[in-house]
Design a protein around this ligand. Structure first.
Ligand code: AR6
Length: 176
């Protein structure tokens, strides 16, 4: 599913983010940048040890922020590691932090000259963010950004299973 936002395209695809050919891919990391399960584990496995080497040097990334490393063996040029909030009921600033994770990732991408960026559903796995709310925040943030900025041509949400893809599609139809 594709929508045009100004001159940019926002796409929802079902797939594995490690296979993406965009300039940058975004990782849903933890603050210690230690690697883990989910998309983080998949990116480190597929990209090889060069990514972890740079993560160790950077050392830390607070929730809502983003840092950049090489993409190692992946097709992308950069991995942007962002840290989404751990969902604790919704009253601990989770929505603000999730929005910030997307925006800071885009800012890092632009700083590196990336024109295309792929995102997973940040915080929607181990970190427990309710899916439709996570999807709504993700899409709203990206749409607003693309309306106001023109350095990014393509944002792809790479969604790992059909259920997540369907929720994102539903939310996008409400917003676009
Ligand atoms: N491509 C795209 N999406 C994926 C892939 C993949 N290869 N693998 C999983 N997903 P999660 P979080 C989806 O748990 O909730 C890690 O251990 C998955 O289905 O990866 O932000 C980190 O180290 C889900 O929809 O990230 C942190 O400790 C989405 O990616 C913690 O998990 C995000 O799920 C971060 O938790």
């Amino acid at each position: 599913m594709d929508v045009k936002i100004g001159n940019a395209t926002l796409s929802l695809v079902l797939g594995d983010i490690t296979k993406e050919n965009t300039d940058a891919i975004v990782n849903a990391a933890n603050s210690g940048l230690r690697g883990g399960g989910g998309v983080d584990g998949a990116i480190h496995r597929a990209g090889g040890p060069a990514i972890m080497e740079e993560c160790r040097k950077i050392g830390y990334c607070p929730a809502g922020q983003a840092v950049v490393t090489t993409a190692g063996n992946l097709n992308a040029t950069y991995v942007i590691h962002t840290v989404g909030p751990i969902y604790k009921g919704g009253t601990r600033g989770e929505a603000t932090l999730l929005k910030s994770a997307y925006l800071e990732s885009l800012k890092q991408a632009v700083k590196k000259g990336s024109k295309s960026v792929s995102f997973p559903a940040i915080s929607a796995g181990v970190y427990g963010y309710p899916l439709s709310e996570a999807a709504r925040i993700a899409l709203k943030t990206i749409i607003e950004y693309l309306k106001e900025n023109n350095s990014i041509d393509l944002v792809r949400f790479v969604l790992f299973d059909q259920a997540i893809f369907d929720v994102f599609s539903e939310e996008l139809q409400k917003l676009a």
